[in-house]
Design a protein around this ligand. Structure first.
Ligand code: LER
Ligand code: MN
Length: 280
């Protein structure tokens, strides 16, 4: 398993981003620290980014031998991108807008992109079955072009206070199976799971190989070890299901970015070392 940290290329108030940068120079300084702290990569949050800027960003990642594990474009939901829109022309346009980001992901070498807020909320006038059909149609369309760019899409279960669909891990796994979306994977986030899922270890085990990426903040969205999440039971399952992906610390730093970054990697590395010793 590899360790990742949430970083943005723009100033943002979106909570669980450990480091935000406002220039390429600042990004360089952040990535220098991220690599020195022992991380393998970053989940990169971007604002609208040109191809030439993406090339410059990629150069900095290469300089520090850091991967971009996942590319995240949260601004798209604020712009009205909605993959389940009841308005067919808006749904199609949303598919197009998200597909356009795959070019940027390819330049950055990112192999994963999430399906988070852009899946859209379910309206009171709508019904669940048709919401799911519209979303599944958009995902089927997106997968075709994502494959051309070597990108895998991952649905992130998100808690009820932020969205009103696909909130728990079991629910997302069922949706993927029911809609025959075998190419779509899952991004479980331990903060959301702490709210929505009854037994985190059990749900992760059931999702098995559908898990392609992980966000691993603690129960209070602080760095691992600063809340009450039982990481040992979770890491044991991930080892059992042979999870090879990233554990990204998408945590709220509360003004203590360096402490948060150091705590996350120190804590998880020591738990992983300990578990490795026990399985030998
Ligand atoms: C949303 O709350 C979340 O957890 C992020 O991964 C946003 O993309
Ligand atoms: Mn997340």
């Amino acid at each position: 398993m590899k360790l990742g940290l949430s970083v943005s290329t723009f100033p943002t108030k979106f909570g669980p981003i450990v480091y935000s940068s406002s220039s390429l120079e600042e990004l360089d300084l952040i990535l220098y620290k991220v690599s020195r702290f022992g991380y393998d990569g970053v989940d990169l949050f971007i604002d609208p980014t040109t191809e030439s800027k993406a090339i410059e960003i990629k150069k900095i990642f290469d300089k520090y031998h850091l991967d971009i594990a996942m590319l995240i474009c949260i601004y798209l939901a604020d712009m009205g991108v909605n993959l389940s829109s009841l308005d067919e022309s808006q749904r199609k346009k949303s598919v197009q807008i998200y597909s356009d980001q795959f070019k940027i992901a390819k330049i950055l070498g990112a192999k994963l992109m999430p399906i988070g807020f852009i899946r859209g909320r379910i309206d009171v006038a709508d019904d669940k079955a048709s919401y799911e059909q519209r979303l599944a149609l958009s995902l089927t369309e997106l997968v075709k072009s994502a494959k051309e760019y070597g990108i895998t899409l991952c649905i992130e279960p998100i808690n009820r206070y932020e969205i009103n669909t696909l909130m728990g891990l079991d629910e997302v796994a069922d949706f993927i199976r029911k809609q025959n979306l075998q190419d779509i994977k899952i991004l479980p986030d331990l903060f959301h799971m702490n709210i929505e899922d009854k037994d985190l270890a059990k749900s992760l085990r059931n999702a098995g190989t559908m898990v392609a990426h992980m966000h691993v903040p603690d129960s209070n969205r602080k760095a691992p070890g600063w809340g009450h999440t039982d990481y040992v039971s979770i890491l044991k399952v991930l080892i059992d299901i042979n999870y090879q992906g990233f554990l990204t610390i998408e945590a709220m730093p509360f003004g203590k970015e360096d402490e948060c970054a150091v705590q996350g990697t120190t804590y998880l590395k020591s738990l992983l070392e300990n578990l490795k010793g026990k399985t030998k």
